[in-house]
Design a protein around this ligand. Structure first.
Ligand SMILES: *Cc1c(COP(=O)(O)O)cnc(C)c1O
Length: 365
């Protein structure tokens, strides 16, 4: 049996270091916004090549709080990919603004820059490109459009820790970026966690207030804030795993390369990688016209797969009020009908990858 992702195995190598971390935290007795969060923020900012990192409670809050800090709210519109995890949309909705979906490219799965301008109105305030499945969006083109229309750009980097766009790390490619440290992400905690990265001093300051009750000094509340802090324990665990992130991403790249070679010539679509992208393969997503059938065949062969995502945000009951008709986003619909995520992860073996290739090859009719 090849599991889709063996999270137990992912964290096992760090067991000893995690225990040491726990001892250190217990000895110190400081649990919220202390030196571990500060150290992680500084280390992750360096890693992303930006001036600031602000640890928050999760990836959704990272995105939401940035939009809040930009005073985006009711009456405003924010451009989001039609094809993404629902959190990208929720971050906009929670500010009171309206998410405006834009089609992805069939080849890269990412926001199609050619479809952005027709979605811009007088109310548009920001664009939120997602580096979906670990592959960077085409940020130069998106930034140029944003500049032309006076819009902010917020990267949703929740699936792309360490990915490179034209040699530069995601997280520093727009005005700000939101990261998630949800356990299965490329950099995952042992619980929830998130962060914003930015080069904007003012934004960083505003976020430090917003995440902590609007408070710089205890019991003095400057703005209506939230409680959304990365906690000391998760920050300390993340510091351990950050040191191994590049190695883990490199391992994912090796598996992806095996897949991309081994699955050639079959009746399916392998993810395309633009020459300016160095993805970190959070997911390895193929497309197949008989996707459900292939998933069933692979399951019978002992290969775990998942679908990212079975239902687009605009067809969720949560967004029923938007009443976007099925078929208005043909590219998104086509993706949702055909995508299948193969197993990939930092502890998957090359032999397992060969077995997956075998299973897919033999599933072909
Ligand atoms: C995981 C994820 C998020 C949200 O992160 P949480 O930490 O679960 O809140 C946002 N956007 C994308 C694309 C994600 O994959």
């Amino acid at each position: 049996m090849i599991p889709f992702l063996d999270l137990q195995a992912v964290n096992n190598p760090y067991r000893k270091e995690f225990h040491a971390v726990m001892e250190r935290i217990l000895d110190r007795g400081w649990l919220i916004l202390g030196q571990e969060v500060e150290a992680f923020e500084s280390e992750f900012a360096d890693y992303c090549g930006v001036r600031h990192c602000i640890g928050v409670g999760n990836g959704l809050d990272a995105l939401h709080l940035v939009l809040r800090a930009w005073n985006i709210g009711p009456g405003d519109e924010v451009i989001v990919p039609a094809h993404t995890f629902i959190a990208t949309w929720l971050a906009v909705t929670h500010t009171g603004a309206t998410p405006v979906p834009v089609e992805p490219q069939l080849t890269s799965y990412n926001l199609d820059p050619d479809c952005i301008e027709e979605a811009i109105t007088a109310r548009t305030r920001a664009i939120v490109p997602v580096h979906l499945y670990g592959q960077p969006a085409d940020m130069d083109v998106i930034n140029t459009i944003a500049q032309r229309h006076g819009l902010k750009v917020l990267e949703d980097a929740a699936q792309a820790h360490g990915a490179l766009y034209r040699g530069k790390r995601v997280g520093g490619l727009g005005d700000a970026a939101g990261f998630s440290f949800y356990p299965v992400k490329n950099l995952g905690a042992l619980g929830d966690g998130g962060a914003v990265t930015t080069n904007d001093d003012q934004l960083a300051d505003a976020l430090r207030l917003l995440r902590n009750y609007g408070s710089r000094h205890k019991y003095h509340n400057e703005v209506v804030g939230f409680n959304s802090r990365l906690d000391e324990l998760q920050a300390a665990l993340l510091r351990v795993k950050l040191r191994h992130l590049d190695r883990c991403n490199e391992h994912r790249r090796r598996i992806a390369n095996l897949y991309r070679e081994g699955l050639q010539g079959l009746d399916l679509v392998i993810p395309a990688v633009p020459e300016w992208a160095d993805p970190v393969w959070h997911l390895f997503v193929i497309r197949h016209v008989k996707r459900d059938w292939l998933q069933q065949k692979l399951s019978e062969a002992g290969v775990g797969t998942l679908i990212h995502y079975p239902v687009p945000p605009y067809r969720q009951p949560a967004y029923a009020a938007m009443a976007l008709k099925n078929g208005r986003f043909p590219v998104t619909e086509a993706l949702h009908d055909t995508v299948l995520s193969l197993p990939i992860g930092p502890t998957m073996t090359m032999d397992q990858a060969y077995e997956v290739i075998e299973a897919v090859t033999h599933a072909e009719p």
